[in-house]
Design a protein around this ligand. Structure first.
Ligand code: GLY
Ligand code: MN
Ligand code: MN
Length: 439
């Protein structure tokens, strides 16, 4: 294992950051085109751990605030008045924060938060939107908020060079972690052992946080979509699914790979692994500017339906199976989501498009891809007892599924392969391409 330190990106300098913040704020103002309305963005506050006296969860500034300030500090409010521009209110660092946390920096970063009240009073008769974490005691206009957030998300989705540089840092750490744990993927080692070494290598390789709770599932646990690693040892011939990511300065990587515990897949595992891989490659090829996200999902769904008919778990014409949603018995989630500032970035359902409440699986967004978007592409096939024994599922897909075959594969677990993909004018760029895929 290497003990490398992160190479600072040339963009991640005070001047580089200031230039991007200015660009972002300008882009947002242009997208809003406000008249008399004013906007505040809250950073959010520390969240106490219930019942644990003075313990707090690690503070994470609201993504919308972080995007426009690059400041991970509680209590701040960024305000905008179209007649006067931006005002950045920050909470002064307290003596306790200096003592307990070694905090430094001060109100020189902005105006003292105590001045916010006066700023708001001067504008009390104007429509106001509270974005980011809700700012206490302001009477906000929810319709205006929805509109402004929608436009802000549109700007945020197109990653700038600084964001991409940080994502690449997060990716390098994640890739190093996945390389480091390869020797541990053998029968007898546990999910927990893998988690420990994986996360240690993320941090050694420059990550400063986890993008989300690490998922390691062996055997049947690989069928639990977000499984929390346990002390359970891997068994001979089992699958091991690892879905994990480091974060760097707020930016995430989100990678899944599935491995055979015994070094080689069984023929059934190999067939389904190859199928997930084919679905991923087909979906990746659709990750081009202008393609509807729904179509990326449907492309993968169709490949999976075709493959499962051939494998013998589904019966019928693949197009019809997808229309009825039968493949979702084994592929029960969407093809992916936006990733970037955090593991769930600014995905949206475009205006005028309705999300049906009974849609299964629910896609996390409904929009066309554009250059600068970064999405995950993460098809999977799982044998999930909770779904296979669900009476409503069994009834709805009575003729489409070979339930007996599925029952015989109940301990199979699951396979997911997840990559992060940047949409460019020249086509998809797989940001996670340096993490080997087995077939
Ligand atoms: N890392 C959880 C997910 O794939 O969304
Ligand atoms: Mn993931
Ligand atoms: Mn994901």
């Amino acid at each position: 294992m290497s003990a490398s330190t992160p190479a600072a990106t040339s963009l991640d300098t005070p001047d580089g950051i200031a230039a991007q913040l200015e660009r972002r704020r300008r882009a947002v103002v242009e997208a809003w085109n406000l008249g008399d309305e004013v906007v505040v963005f809250g950073a959010g506050d520390r969240v106490p751990v219930p019942g644990r006296a003075d313990r707090m969860y690690p503070f994470r500034a609201h993504s919308e605030y972080l995007y426009l300030t690059d400041r991970e500090r509680p209590g701040g409010v960024l305000a905008f008045d179209p007649h006067e521009g931006w005002a950045d209110f920050v909470t002064p660092v307290t003596r306790d924060e200096r003592l307990w946390e070694g905090a430094h920096g001060d109100a020189q970063d902005g105006r003292p938060a105590s001045e916010l009240e006066g700023w708001l009073v001067e504008r009390r008769d104007r429509p106001l939107a509270s974005l980011g974490a809700r700012v206490a005691r302001v009477a906000a206009d929810e319709t205006l908020e929805t509109e402004l957030r929608y436009a802000l998300n549109h700007v945020r989705r197109q990653k700038d060079e600084l964001e991409l540089a940080r994502m690449r840092m997060a990716e390098r750490a994640t890739s190093a972690g996945l390389a480091a744990i390869q020797p541990l993927l053998v029968p007898g080692n546990s999910e927990r052992q893998v988690q420990i070494e994986l996360e240690a290598e993320f941090f050694r390789s420059g990550a400063d946080f986890l993008a989300f709770d690490t998922i390691v599932g062996g055997g049947p646990n690989a069928a639990v979509l977000h499984f929390t690693p346990s002390p359970r040892p891997f068994g001979d011939g089992e699958l091991i699914l690892i879905d994990a990511g480091g974060e760097y300065r707020g930016y995430a990587s989100d990678i899944t790979r599935t491995y055979p515990a015994s070094g080689e897949f069984t023929p059934e595992q190999a067939e389904l692994y190859g199928l997930v891989r084919s679905a991923g490659l087909a979906a990746l090829a659709r990750c081009t500017a202008g393609t509807e996200w729904r179509d990326v999902h449907l492309t993968a769904a169709l490949v999976i339906a075709e493959g499962l008919v051939e494998f013998g778990l589904l019966r019928g014409r693949p197009e019809l199976l997808v229309e009825q949603g039968a493949q979702s018995v084994f592929f029960p989630h969407g093809i992916g989501h936006m990733v970037g500032l955090g593991v769930r970035d600014a995905g949206d359902v475009l205006k005028g498009r309705l999300q049906r409440d009974d849609e299964f699986p629910r896609l996390r967004m409904d929009l066309p891809l554009l250059p600068g978007h970064v999405v995950t592409v993460e098809p999977g096939i799982y044998l999930v007892p909770a779904l296979l024994h669900d009476p409503e599922f069994r009834e709805r897909h009575r003729d489409a599924v070979d339930w007996e075959r599925a029952e015989r594969l109940l301990d199979f677990g699951g396979i997911r392969i997840e990559d992060n993909v940047l949409i460019t004018d020249e086509g998809p760029e797989v940001l996670t391409a340096d993490v080997p895929v087995l077939i």
